[in-house]
Design a protein around this ligand. Structure first.
Ligand code: ADP
Ligand code: MG
Length: 642
């Protein structure tokens, strides 16, 4: 065990160049080696990937990684390959013959890590190949997807354990997530068959964040004030909802002298990357972004994150606002709120949530548009146009999009939006032949080009089609796109040493199962999922309306029950400031007595007790700390006795 851990530490340095594990990571890695079922709760950016990637390099056999993020798999695999760690992935973008090839390679021990989308585990190919694979570790990334109470429920996550039942007891298991409320944690454990798991959490405390909610009808003015204050502290981020709004915000603040760029999925990937880079380096002090801005962007010194609109869940809010202050220095997550916002969000959620009939309808039209007959399957993802579906079904853009999103989430279809342009390449001769071919070339530039290609696409390109992002390839080769295509064409057609294809960025869709008459869901399932989304919105609203410590509210939500008031959020400061806020134990008893009879808001309590509102709030803060009172999740702003 100690040996394994030492090997892990040395691999961390060898492959990643990192000095040491972060606090928590070491504990996780040890737990995996000890053979515990391990549940990891680290915030986004906390370094969850290394918790299974490093052990994967230590184990002899294969580490199977289950991840729902099709778009990120390729990135992850490429990053591992670049470090010299063999890895591959299987998802709906890979055609069946290629899946078969990769599974054969896996059986032959050619990979350390195999990333796989959960719904792929149910295919016959997998079932046949599973007993032949020498799996040491199964890692479930984004494990909250397993729970119906999670913010991103994916029914196919529930089938992971059953699909792997044959190997379940022999392998080690690790599940990882950034946000899991206590009930979601419970679900993860039971769905994965974790009986006595080791739970390792970095906690949800962010002592350097000063949570702030501005509740005012004058949002525009408040936003300007917040940005001006924020900008005096350093760089920041505004989550601006729609693309158009982000563009407007960028113009507005730039004209006020704070250079601001818009960021959303409608901007080309290359440009987006450049915007990120300018923000990270501090050249652009402010970005106005949709929630497309996120994963993989690490800026330690973001001083403020403003939400112009309330997100639909605290999971989303905590994740986005939590981009502030990664370096541990004082930073401000600010949420702007106007009374009508809640109703607006509620209506939008209601409108955008399709009924089962609508889902079925969109599904059938989609299948028609791919000329997919009943009972037949799509082999490969295909180009997809929302407009075409809208026209065929006489549906609005919003309806199509939201139905598609749900179908994707439920693994009926798989969508990949904004895939980056990539080069797919395979050498048609072996590595020795390639070497002698290269040595025979008199043109030094060409020889170097081939040498670099080999390094970029790695050893896997000798036995399978291997993808790399066009951007990445161009950067490594230091040439332009046209030159790359010309050179690759020469190598393919004249020299016949490789095959290649360029895949442009596009929206791709694949229907995952054979077309059926009806979707495999009941009205109840759809309804219960819908209700859960509303419950999450309620809790988000509760965060806005609470008059007690914001950090306590957040941490309670995520299951940290021992949180103490932070002393520096807007609510804590307000109650500190008010002169007459001191409360006596009699006041507290009076408040408690009333809360035992019914749930009240602080305002209502002030009326029934005759105490000042600030006094009431202080008393409630105290009673919450004593665990005698709690906020009512289903009725934001109200409190009741515990
Ligand atoms: P998560 O999946 O928890 O959101 P990631 O695994 O993507 O986080 O890691 C976030 C970042 O932290 C990555 O850039 C990663 O390289 C870096 N990181 C993780 N662990 C360490 C470490 N021990 N030392 C230095 N950097 C680390
Ligand atoms: Mg991650």
């Amino acid at each position: 065990m100690q040996d394994l851990f030492q090997k892990a530490e040395s691999n961390l340095q060898k492959f990643w160049g990192f000095e040491s594990f972060r606090p928590g990571q070491d504990e996780v890695v040890r737990s995996v080696f000890e053979g515990n079922d391990t549940l990891v709760l680290f915030p986004t950016g906390g370094g969850k990937s290394l918790c299974y990637q490093v052990p994967a390099t230590v184990f002899e056999g294969l580490t199977l990684v289950i991840s729902p993020l099709v778009a990120l798999m390729q990135d992850q695999v490429q990053a591992l390959k670049a470090k010299g760690i063999s890895a591959t992935f299987i998802n709906s973008t890979i055609p069946p013959f290629e899946v078969e090839q990769r599974l054969v390679n896996a059986r032959n021990g050619m990979y350390k890590l195999l990333y796989c989308a959960p719904e792929r585990l149910k295919t016959t190919l997998w079932e046949a190949e599973l007993p032949n694979l020498n799996i040491d570790l199964v890692a479930i990334d984004e494990a909250h997807c397993i729970s119906e109470w999670g913010h991103d429920f994916r029914p196919s996550y529930r089938d992971i354990r059953p699909s792997l039942e044959r190997i379940a007891d022999e392998v080690r298991w690790i599940a990882l997530t950034a946000t899991a409320t206590p009930e979601v944690q419970k679900d993860i454990k039971s769905a994965l068959g974790f009986e006595e798991p080791k739970v390792i959490s970095q906690g949800f405390s962010r002592p350097n964040l000063k949570w702030w909610v501005v509740n005012s009808p004058k949002k525009k003015q408040k936003l300007t004030e917040a940005v001006q204050k924020g900008a005096s502290q350093g760089d920041g981020l505004i989550y601006g909802g729609t693309r158009k709004n982000c563009e407007n915000l960028a113009d507005r603040f730039s004209s006020l002298g704070i250079k601001t760029e818009a960021y959303h999925a409608g901007i080309e990937p290359e440009k987006r990357k450049a915007i990120q880079q300018r923000w990270i380096s501090g050249k652009t002090p402010l970005v106005a972004a949709t929630n497309a801005f996120g994963m993989g962007i690490d800026k330690p010194d973001c001083r403020y994150v403003i939400h112009e609109e309330m997100p639909y869940s605290l999971e989303a809010y905590y994740q986005e606002a939590g981009r502030a202050g990664r370096d541990g220095k004082e930073s401000f997550p600010i949420l702007l709120y106007r009374e009508s916002d809640y109703q607006k969000a509620y209506d939008r959620l209601e409108e955008s949530y399709p009924t089962l009939d609508e889902l079925n309808y969109v599904y059938q039209i989609l299948c028609d548009s791919f000329n997919l007959a009943l009972g037949s399957e799509m082999e490969r993802a295909q180009n997809f146009e929302v407009k075409q579906i809208m026209k065929r079904g006489k549906l609005s853009y919003g309806k199509v999009r939201s139905a598609m999103r749900l179908l994707d989430q439920f693994d009926v279809i798989s969508m990949q939006q904004d895939m980056k342009a990539s080069v797919e390449l395979q050498f048609t001769i072996g590595s020795k032949s390639l070497k002698s071919f290269r040595e025979d070339i008199s043109n030094a530039e060409k020889a170097e080009f081939i040498d670099k290609l080999e390094r970029i696409f790695g050893p896997s390109a000798f036995y399978e089609r291997t993808q790399a992002e066009v951007d990445y390839v161009l950067e490594k080769l230091g040439i332009r796109r046209n030159a790359l295509i010309k050179a690759l064409n020469v190598l393919m057609q004249n020299d016949q040493i490789l095959l290649f294809e360029i895949h442009e960025q596009r929206d791709l869709v694949r229907v995952l199962e054979a077309r059926s008459k009806k979707l495999p869901f009941t009205k109840n399932e759809i309804e219960s999922h819908r209700k859960n989304l509303f419950r999450k919105l309620e809790r988000m609203h509760g965060f806005v309306l609470t008059e007690t410590c914001r950090e306590v509210y957040l941490r309670n939500y995520f299951g940290d029950s021992n949180a103490e008031p932070c002393g520096h959020c807007d609510n804590c400061l307000r109650s500190k400031k008010s002169h007459s806020a001191d409360f006596t134990s009699e006041d507290a008893s009076r408040v408690l007595a009333n809360l035992k009879t019914s749930a009240y808001t602080a305002g209502e309590l002030s009326q029934v007790t005759g105490l000042k509102k600030d006094t009431v709030i202080q008393a409630i803060q105290f009673l919450i700390k004593e665990e005698k009172v709690k906020s009512v999740p289903s009725d934001p702003g109200k409190y009741s006795a515990s």
